[in-house]
Write a protein that binds this ligand. Structure first.
Ligand SMILES: C[S@@+](CC[C@H](N)C(=O)[O-])C[C@H]1O[C@@H](n2cnc3c(N)ncnc32)[C@H](O)[C@@H]1O
Length: 191
């Protein structure tokens, strides 16, 4: 199943710029680097800015008992994701922007290559319940200090994180005023 998805992902124009020879490492192995962290938090999972389905599809295959939502703003990418969601009983697709979704709804939000880490944190934190977590795949460009400042504004805290990830623990309900309107997080970043 993962092999067929990966083949379709690299063969479909406009979904990934990663060369075929690197696709498994980037889309599958890197996605699964957060598996144990995600397993540590209960509740439904949302992959924010899922694109062609990473990290949501590899995580959904590894955690078949968990409900996984692939949230994606671009209709063409949603069409691709919806085809694959039909093959995975624990996966659904929501076509829309993170800033326009119901808040405090998921146990875990994951995001890979969504936006700069502070903006990704601001978009993802409202989506998760108190006690849940956001897991950002950041690679070497962590911007940990700025992300910690954003987390504080959103009733959350940056906690100890494995290399390449930033894990934000949501401590309370989403404060009034968040999420900010579409476009504001990028135009006027919190940190
Ligand atoms: C660079 S792609 C990364 C895709 C995938 N996560 C990956 O690692 O291959 C970023 C994706 O996020 C989507 N996106 C950007 N802003 C978004 C938002 N506010 N809400 C939902 N999706 C968003 C874009 O349409 C795009 O498909």
């Amino acid at each position: 199943m993962i092999d067929r998805w990966l083949e379709d992902l690299v063969a479909t124009p406009g979904l990934t710029s990663v060369p075929r020879e690197d696709a498994r490492r980037v889309h599958v192995d890197e996605s699964l680097a957060a598996l144990e962290v995600v397993r540590g938090f209960d509740g439904p999972i949302v992959d924010v800015g899922s694109g062609g389905g990473a990290p949501g599809i590899p995580l959904a295959c590894a955690l078949p008992e968990r409900q996984v939502t692939l949230l994606e703003a671009t209709r063409r990418k949603c069409d691709f994701l919806e085809r694959w969601a039909r093959e995975l009983p624990n996966v659904r697709v929501v076509c829309g922007r993170a800033e326009e979704q119901p808040v405090d709804a998921y146990g875990v939000a994951v995001a890979k290559a969504l936006a700069s880490p502070p903006v990704a944190a601001e978009w993802c934190l409202p989506l998760v319940v108190a006690g849940g977590a956001v897991v950002l795949y950041v690679g070497p460009s962590a911007e940990a200090e700025a992300v910690a400042q954003v987390a504080e504004r959103l009733a959350s805290a940056l906690v100890e994180s494995p290399a390449g990830l930033l894990v934000l623990r949501k401590l309370g309900a989403t404060p009034m005023g968040f999420p900010r309107r579409v476009g504001v997080a990028r135009k006027r970043p919190l940190a």
